[in-house]
Design a protein around this ligand. Structure first.
Ligand SMILES: NC(=O)c1ccc[n+]([C@@H]2O[C@H](COP(=O)([O-])OP(=O)(O)OC[C@H]3O[C@@H](n4cnc5c(N)ncnc54)[C@H](OP(=O)(O)O)[C@@H]3O)[C@@H](O)[C@H]2O)c1
Length: 223
C-alpha cells in the first residue's frame, strides 16, 4: 500500500451519520475502513464502493477493537483519520432502573471511543499529521471554562496577564444552582466565556485564534 493513500477508520459506519461520513471520505479518495457490528450492511457498502473496506467489530469489546488495529497494521500500516462515531441512544438517567442502559451507552459511546483511540494510537502517530474526530452531542452540557481548583490549578494562567479570566469553583456552583431553577440545557462558566462560545459558532477561526493564545499562556500541564 503506497503511503500516498490515506486511510480512515469510521466507527458506527453501518447507518446514519457514520455511513454518510464513510461514503463521503471514500468519495474524496480516502480508503475507509468502515466499522460496526452489522457486517452485512458494511459488506453491502464495500460492494458498492471500491474505497470502502468492511470490518465487523463491537467497539465496546476491547479484544474486537484490538483485532481491528491488528488488521490495520497488517493490511495498511497507517491510519490518518479516526472518526469515533459509534453510539447508541437512551443514555438519560430516569431512575435506578435506567442504570444498566446508561452504563451500556457509556460503554459504547465513551469507552468505545477510548478503546479505539488507544488501539489505533501507534498507527495515528506513525501517520502524522493524523486526526481524530469525535462525534459528540449538543445535549446536556454545563461548560466550565478555566476554573482554578485543586485538580486543575491553572497555575500558568493565574500567573499571567490574563489571570482575571480564571473563574472560581463558586462561579460553577452558582451556575449549577441557577440551572437547577432555570432548567437551562447548557451553561457556560465563567460568564465572560459566553460571548466566546457564541464566537466559536459564528466565527470559529477567530475563536480558535483567541483560545490558542490563552492556551499558550496557560501551558499544557494544567489540564
Ligand atoms: N442523530 C442525532 O440526532 C444525534 C445527535 C447527537 C449525537 N449523535 C451521535 O452521532 C453518532 C451516530 O449516530 P446516528 O444518528 O448516525 O445513529 P445510528 O444511525 O443509529 O448509527 C449508530 C451507529 O453506531 C453503530 N454502533 C452502535 N453500537 C455499536 C457498537 N457497540 N460497536 C460498533 N458500532 C456500534 C451502529 O452500527 P451497528 O448497530 O451495526 O453496530 C451504527 O452504525 C452517535 O455517536 C450518536 O450518539 C446523533
Amino acid at each position: 500500500m503506497p503511503h500516498a493513500v490515506r486511510i480512515a477508520v469510521v466507527t458506527g459506519a453501518s447507518s446514519g451519520i457514520g455511513a454518510a461520513v464513510a461514503r463521503r471520505l471514500a468519495d474524496d479518495g480516502m480508503t475507509v475502513v468502515a466499522v460496526a457490528r452489522r457486517i452485512d450492511r458494511l459488506d453491502a457498502m464495500a460492494a458498492d464502493h471500491p474505497h470502502i473496506v468492511a470490518h465487523g467489530a463491537d467497539v465496546a469489546d476491547r479484544g474486537a477493537v484490538d483485532g481491528l488495529a491488528e488488521r490495520l497494521r497488517a493490511q495498511f500500516g497507517r491510519c490518518h483519520l479516526l472518526v469515533n462515531n459509534a453510539g447508541v441512544g437512551g443514555g438519560a438517567f430516569r431512575g435506578p432502573e435506567s442504570v444498566d442502559g446508561l452504563l451500556h451507552t457509556m460503554q459504547v459511546n465513551f469507552v468505545g471511543a477510548v478503546h479505539t483511540t488507544a488501539a489505533l494510537h501507534d498507527l495515528l502517530v506513525v501517520s502524522a499529521p493524523s486526526q481524530i474526530i469525535n462525534v459528540g452531542s449538543v445535549s446536556g452540557k454545563v461548560n466550565p471554562g478555566f476554573i482554578a481548583t485543586e485538580g486543575f490549578p491553572q497555575r500558568r494562567l493565574v500567573a499571567s496577564r490574563v489571570a482575571r479570566l480564571v473563574g472560581a469553583p463558586s462561579d460553577v456552583a452558582a451556575a449549577v444552582a441557577d440551572v437547577v431553577v432555570s432548567r437551562a440545557r447548557e451553561r457556560t462558566v465563567p460568564r465572560w466565556y459566553r460571548p466566546l462560545m457564541a464566537l466559536r459558532h459564528v466565527v470559529p477561526p477567530l475563536f480558535w485564534a483567541m483560545t490558542s493564545r490563552t492556551s499558550r499562556a496557560r501551558g499544557t500541564r494544567d489540564a
